[in-house]
Design a protein around this ligand. Structure first.
Ligand SMILES: Cc1ncc(COP(=O)(O)O)c(C=O)c1O
Length: 410
C-alpha cells in the first residue's frame, strides 16, 4: 500500500496536488472568499438562476412537501410523479419522445453511454436472441468532456477519437469502421474551448453512415436557442438520429442530468441502465427548482439577452488587445495563454484585483494550451467587464507576453 503515499508525495512535489480555494458564498457572479468580495468570470450559473427567488420558493415547496431527499431508487419505490413530469418537460424542450433523469450530468454520460450498447446483452436475460450479431463503435471528439470518455470506456465497445471538430477525420473513421451500429458523441458547446459542434454536418454524416449522434449539451442547455433548448435548437434541429444529453447544474442552477431520446432508446435505457434505475435520483426540491428554471428561461428572456450583450461587449473590448480568444461564439470565451506558468501568473494578477478566472491547464487541456477560461454571466456589470479587460491590458503592456503559436478559431 506504500505506493499511494509515494505517488501522492511525488505529485505534490511537482505541484500537481494543490489546495482548492474554499469560498464563503457562491458566485452570482460576485462571491466572498477570505472575507473579501470577488467577481467570478468562471461560473456556470450563467443566468443567476441558482439564487432566483422563484427557484428558492419552489425548492422550499418541494422540501416542505417531501423532505430533504428521496431514499429510494426509481425502480424500487422511489418513482414520484414529479420525476415523470420533469422528464416530459425536458423531452418537450429537446423535441424528443421521452427523457430520463439522472442524479448528475456526469452520471448521465457514464450511465447512458455505457448501457446503450449493452441493451441486447441485457435483453438476453429475458430470452432475446438477436437476428444478427451487433457490434458497436463510438466516435468521440478529442475534446469531449471526461464523463463522455469514461462512459465510452465503461461500455467496452470499440472507440475511435477524431480530431476536434474535424469532420474529414470523423468521416474517415466512420468509413473505416466495420461496426454495425455507430454512435458519434460530441459536446454541444465544448466546455474548455467554448466552440460549438457542427451538428448539421455531423447529422449528414450520420445519415450517410447510419449512425446516431449523442450530444452532451451541458453548456448549451438554457443558454443557446430561442427557448434555451440548447445547441440543437440553435441549429433548428429536430432529428431522429439525435440523442440529447444535458445537465441541470449549469444554466438551470440546480443539480441533475438527463438524456432525451426516442421512445425505443428511452424504454431500453429505463430497463437496462443501472445508473438510472439502481441509484437514488434528484431530491424533490431540486426537481421543483429545475422545472421552474425551464419556465424562467422562457419567461424572462431578458436574462439571456443580458448574457449575450455582456458576451459581445467583452469580445469587442478584447479586440483592442492582442490576446488570442479561442472562440467567440458562446459565453465561454477562453483566452489562450499557452504557457502554464504564465497562465498562473495572470490568474494571480487578476485575483489581486478581486477577479476570479479559472486557470485551465494540462491535463484538462493539452500541454502548452493553458488558458484563462472566461465565462460571461447575465449578472456582470459593464464596470466589472471593463475592469477585467483593463487588468488584462495592463498585464499585456507590462510583461513580455509570448504570443501562443496556435491559430485562433472563431
Ligand atoms: C460538457 C460537460 N458534460 C458533463 C458535465 C458534468 O455535469 P455535472 O456537473 O452536472 O455532473 C460537465 C460539467 O462540467 C460538462 O462540462
Amino acid at each position: 500500500m506504500k505506493e499511494f503515499s509515494e505517488i501522492s508525495t511525488w505529485l505534490s512535489s511537482r505541484g500537481a496536488v494543490h489546495a482548492i480555494p474554499v469560498v464563503e458564498t457562491l458566485p452570482q457572479p460576485t462571491f466572498r472568499m477570505n472575507d473579501q468580495n470577488f467577481v467570478s468570470f468562471s461560473t456556470n450559473n450563467y443566468l443567476g438562476l441558482a439564487q432566483h427567488p422563484r427557484m428558492i420558493d419552489k425548492a422550499r415547496e418541494g422540501l416542505e412537501r417531501y423532505g430533504v431527499g428521496n431514499c429510494e431508487s426509481r425502480l424500487l419505490g422511489g418513482d414520484l410523479d414529479i420525476y415523470d413530469q420533469l422528464e416530459s418537460k425536458l423531452a418537450r424542450l429537446k423535441k424528443k419522445d421521452t427523457a430520463l433523469l439522472f442524479a448528475t450530468g456526469y452520471l448521465t454520460n457514464l450511465g447512458a453511454l455505457s448501457a446503450l450498447v449493452k441493451a441486447g446483452q441485457t435483453a438476453r436475460i429475458y430470452g432475446y436472441r438477436a437476428k444478427k450479431r451487433h457490434s458497436y463503435a463510438f466516435f468521440s471528439d478529442e475534446y469531449n468532456h471526461i464523463s463522455i470518455r469514461e462512459g465510452i470506456r465503461l461500455s467496452d465497445a470499440d472507440r475511435q477519437t477524431y480530431r476536434h471538430r474535424d469532420l474529414g477525420h470523423l468521416e474517415n473513421l466512420l468509413k473505416e469502421s466495420t461496426a454495425s451500429s455507430k454512435i458519434i458523441v460530441t459536446d454541444g458547446v465544448f466546455s474548455q474551448d467554448g466552440d460549438i459542434a457542427p451538428l448539421p454536418e455531423m447529422l449528414d454524416l450520420a445519415e450517410r453512415f447510419d449512425a446516431m449522434v449523442y450530444v452532451d449539451d451541458a453548456h448549451g442547455t438554457g443558454v443557446l436557442g430561442a427557448n434555451g433548448g440548447g445547441t440543437t435548437e440553435y441549429f433548428g434541429l429536430d432529428h431522429p438520429r439525435l440523442i440529447c444529453m444535458g445537465t441541470l447544474s449549469k444554466a438551470y442552477g440546480a443539480i441533475g442530468g438527463f438524456v432525451a431520446t426516442d421512445r425505443h432508446i428511452g424504454d431500453l435505457l429505463r430497463l437496462t441502465c443501472p445508473a438510472y434505475g439502481f441509484t437514488s435520483t434528484l431530491p424533490p426540491d431540486q426537481v421543483y427548482a429545475v422545472s421552474e428554471a425551464i419556465d424562467i428561461v422562457a419567461e424572462e428572456p431578458e436574462r439571456r439577452q443580458r448574457l449575450w450583450e455582456n458576451q459581445r461587449y467583452f469580445v469587442r473590448s478584447m479586440s483592442r488587445l492582442s490576446y488570442k480568444l479561442l472562440s467567440t461564439s458562446t459565453p465561454i470565451v477562453p483566452i489562450l495563454v499557452g504557457d502554464e506558468g504564465a497562465t498562473d501568473v495572470l490568474s494571480e494578477r487578476l485575483r489581486k484585483e478581486r477577479i476570479h478566472v479559472d486557470s485551465v491547464k494540462f491535463p484538462a487541456v493539452p500541454r502548452k494550451q493553458a488558458r484563462l477560461r472566461v465565462i460571461l454571466n447575465a449578472g456582470h456589470t459593464r464596470r466589472q467587464i471593463d475592469k477585467l479587460v483593463w487588468v488584462l491590458g495592463e498585464y499585456e503592456r507590462s510583461s513580455f507576453f509570448p504570443a501562443p503559436s496556435l491559430s485562433a478559431v472563431a
